[in-house]
Design a protein around this ligand. Structure first.
Ligand code: COA
Length: 188
């Protein structure tokens, strides 16, 4: 499995994953997959708009509570193996600080298509993404999970992450509980 910068030649395999109901939006799932497909039909370039957005110039995004939030700097990479698209991982940050806005739960989000899970892909993808975070000047990345998401917690721990705290995700996320982990990055 490799991480690649999504480009138009990768689109058919990504679309096939969306058609199977997978979505990089782990909160909204199949509904978000249908929305993404409609967007791609209207504008086939839409999945590539946020691939490298170091200035946070992308369009606002709608949070789970319905509020619209400004985009912050971000990058998206796709997991790719011999059979094509296998998952997606993204990095988001604020320039010059490790801090994040309170409604942004972590620096990194990832999702593997269900038919390629438990092959070490997410663990490897996070390891491959960390240098990109370091290149942005971050000295650590925070990653949050649901309390019951043991696979994701294992992904973080396998990459040198440590448990920080249990916390309340706040009003944007319906005050659901979360676990915060921190992965230290070597000094740049
Ligand atoms: C969490 C997720 C990304 C893990 O992806 P993955 O590629 O299957 O993860 P890995 O293969 O690297 O596995 C990591 C560890 O979790 C374990 N694991 C993964 N899926 C598991 C499952 N369903 N049941 C039990 N253990 C599981 C693996 O065996 C591995 O454990 P090990 O380190 O002891 O060998 C994937 O399940 C997913 O996309 N889930 C939905 C989206 C999500 O939760 N994203 C993270 C939000 S914080």
């Amino acid at each position: 499995m490799e991480l690649l910068r999504p480009a138009p030649e990768h689109l058919p395999s990504y679309v096939a994953a969306l058609q199977r109901g997978w979505s990089p939006d782990t909160t909204r799932g199949a509904e978000a997959a249908l929305e993404a497909l409609a967007k791609i039909e209207a504008d086939p370039a839409s999945p590539f708009a946020l691939v490298d957005d170091p200035e946070g110039l992308g369009p606002p995004w709608q949070a789970p509570d319905g509020t619209w939030r400004d985009r912050i700097p971000g990058r998206v990479r796709w997991m790719w193996d011999a059979d094509g698209f296998a998952g997606s991982i993204n990095l988001r940050w604020l320039k010059g600080t490790n801090a994040l806005p309170p409604h942004v739960l972590g620096h990194v989000g990832y999702a593997v298509v269900p038919w390629r899970r438990q092959r070490g892909y997410a663990t490897r993808a996070l390891g491959l993404l960390l240098p990109l975070a370091q290149a942005e000047g971050l000295t650590f990345v925070d990653i949050t999970t649901d309390p019951g998401n043991t696979p994701s917690q294992k992904v973080i721990l396998a990459n040198g992450g440590v448990f920080i705290e249990r916390f309340d995700k706040g009003p944007t996320w319906g005050h659901k509980p979360g676990l915060r982990f921190r992965v230290p990055l070597g000094s740049a």
